[in-house]
Design a protein around this ligand. Sequence first.
Ligand SMILES: [Zn+2]
Ligand SMILES: [Zn+2]
Length: 272
Amino acid sequence: MIYAPFPGEFIASALRRGKEILGIRCRQSDYQITKVSPRSSKDRWQIVLPPVFQDDDIAKLALYENTLYPLFSVMGRTVYYGNYTPNRNWRICFHCVEEDSETYGSPFIHVAHLTRSVTLCYKHAVRLAEKCPSCGAYIHSHDLASIIDCSVYFPDVSNAAGSQHHDYAIFVNSLLDFRDSTYSQPWVNSTLSDKYIQVLHGGDHFTGYTSYRQEIGQFLGMHFNETMSDYLSLDFCLALAFLGFRDAESLMSILKRPSEGPREPVIRAHPR
Ligand SMILES: [Zn+2]
Ligand SMILES: [Zn+2]
């Protein structure tokens, strides 16, 4: 199988392109990442990449560069909750399709366009599309090569540069550069909510805690229940981080742990 990702390309997109060249259909299992739970309290999680990856270094590079792993990692998520390679909700930016076809000879799926709450392209500030406007197919089931043919009929899209959602897309894209380890999820969550309440509610915890679910829901156009489950939503925490910090660099420097955590997962090419 051919695996030669373009910069920022989603792992599943790179594998699918490789298979399309050979005329073979790409299956979900081709890019599925296996998570092996620790056998004892001293053991660590193992993240095992699909068989196409020959050694641990290549596996690690692919996980960092071509999956959503850094976003889950910066938010302190344990491996258990990480969906690094979503099967659905793949999106395209019409401008990226055109640019990538010219630069690389093929359109591809960008990791930066995969997060559900990110609605605009960080680079072009235009709305991302989950369905092909020409043939109506969902992008996750669309042949990558034939997106070029469909692109002839793509409509003009308006530019939202400088909007809050564009800034959010840039913020999330910058977090994909995170390569360190953080503290636990409860520590990250309380750091994010403290900062949010300090910045948006002048440190008034009572008002802050009673209204932040609604405020973030409004910003993202999503609904969050009055339960702990919102803490499990990556989108919720990313928006909380964005509205409180605005700057991805300062957020990452605060969340970064000085040395690798004892429970840092082991990334492998083959299970051991
Ligand atoms: Zn774009
Ligand atoms: Zn199409």
